[in-house]
Design a protein around this ligand. Sequence first.
Ligand code: ADP
Ligand code: ADP
Length: 207
Amino acid sequence: MKGSIVLFGPPGAGKGTQANRIVSLTSKPQVSTGDMLRQAVSSGSELGVAARAFMEAGELVPDDVIIGLINQRLKEEDASSGVLFDGFPRTIAQAEELSKIAQLSVVISIEVPDESIVERIVGRRMDPETGNIYHIKFNPAPESIAHRLIQRKDDNESTVRTRLSAYHEQTSPLASWYESQGLLIKINGNRSIKKVGDDIISELSDK
Ligand code: ADP
Ligand code: ADP
């Protein structure tokens, strides 16, 4: 596959969880704007300071900040054969900008109903050493690393509701935008991690 892939879906859909398998299959690097922003926040950079309040409130970070980040990232050498976008684009303005700087092969939309999202987000845990994502109930971490798991500051019930509204208002319109371009593939994300991943891999293998 020549172009880039977009992993699309609401917060907690399983984009980060599925990214590893897609990276192994395609050898395209994962570009997660959420991870990039969290790194900027923890390094205390100017960009991180600007983004932090939006993230903690569950609101989208302004488009110009995100577009600046992506522009810079795509100039790196490993991005020359396309990347796996995770959590980007999230607005029509971001998608329009992206269409000027990268060619997309496919947009994988992982569909999960709102009722499942809150439980997924509140139970999410991350391993800061490997970046691996776990869930207290659906994907428990091995006992040996349980002590070092962290919970994201924005993974609480009130912030997740704001994030879901932002998704419905600003991000979900992108699905029909990409559908009309013939790029969208819908995946039922309300099944086991393995089944969802198998479906994605089989769709991508046909491309
Ligand atoms: P996103 O990157 O889309 O925000 P994540 O991959 O971080 O989503 O997943 C959110 C939470 O839901 C994590 O705790 C993850 O372990 C869990 N999860 C992911 N996929 C599934 C699934 N198919 N079934 C149940 N839980 C899942
Ligand atoms: P999740 O998939 O759980 O919603 P992410 O890690 O993708 O989480 O994003 C965390 C937060 O970072 C978002 O709530 C938002 O504030 C910000 N963010 C990430 N990507 C973008 C983006 N493309 N546009 C605007 N804000 C973003």
